[in-house]
Design a protein around this ligand. Sequence first.
Ligand SMILES: [Zn+2]
Length: 337
Amino acid sequence: MTADKIIELNGVKVNQKIIPDGTRWKDSAKAIKAGFEANALYKAQVRMTKVKTVTMHNTEDLDHIEKDAERYVLATYNENMLSTRPHLYTDDIEAWQLLRFDEVGWCNGRGTKNTGAIDDISIECIMGEDAVSDAKAEDNAARLAAYLLYKNNLDITALRTHTYWINLGLGVKGSVDYMNTYKHPKAGKYCPYYILPHWSEFKALVKKYLDELNNPEIYRVRRSWLNAISQIGAYTNLESAKALADFNRGYKVYNSKGKLVYQPKQYYARYVTTQNKVAYKAIPATDAKTMGWLHKGISVVVHLGSDTKATNGTIWVQADYNEQTIWLPLKYLRKEK
Ligand SMILES: [Zn+2]
């Protein structure tokens, strides 16, 4: 199945395949079996003005299928998922999105107009494969739930389980977490079946991701933490901060509490060749075998501090070029501005 658009939400790859507005059941037998009239609308097609909850579900891993989320979306398009229309399916690899985040889904047995339908986003987490895959699927689900809570200005108390809505329907009263986890003898299912046995752990994971979104860490690139004036960059993305430090000798990366989080083992600088036919070698020696030749104006990444004097006096430096590590004479290089 081909996604219409691929996006990333809080570190999770999300394949969007939104059921188009106006889509209707094609197979009337399947429609009637799912409790609809023939030719009825295939999704609620009702706009949510405000999202108040994010609800977790579990659905079964499919045997011999690697990309389970994709397969569930395909089954939905093939009219084989009865009335289930969640916003997202996620497996251990990636998520698929079936509905916009501002439209009503069908997932909690709450119809189209009730609370829990008119104001909820549902995530189906596909589990039951093995411990490693299940943990990854759960992590993806937690990241998505945190993102949706964050985007809708909600806190962790807005996180729900399908069981919460079942309990509400059965007249159970109590705290959100009691309703999220209480197994009513009359409940037809205990969803999310795989997550509920360790609900507080899952909730803590969602909260951790939500806290990170609300208070993103800022990584500062400085010579030292106390030398604030030396700062040359600040990033929420650690990799960007590391990359800047790598290319500025003496610089390190600190978190917002001043803790050193990255000190380059090797600093780098970009140089260009200043003439044609610069021979480069595997070792810093004039008589070593030539690996190849560089034209003038070729950019290489020099390993600072690698300067080595050959027996004839030539200074060689180590550099990265075209995904290989090479040695070339420093005299044919000029530092890039
Ligand atoms: Zn469910």
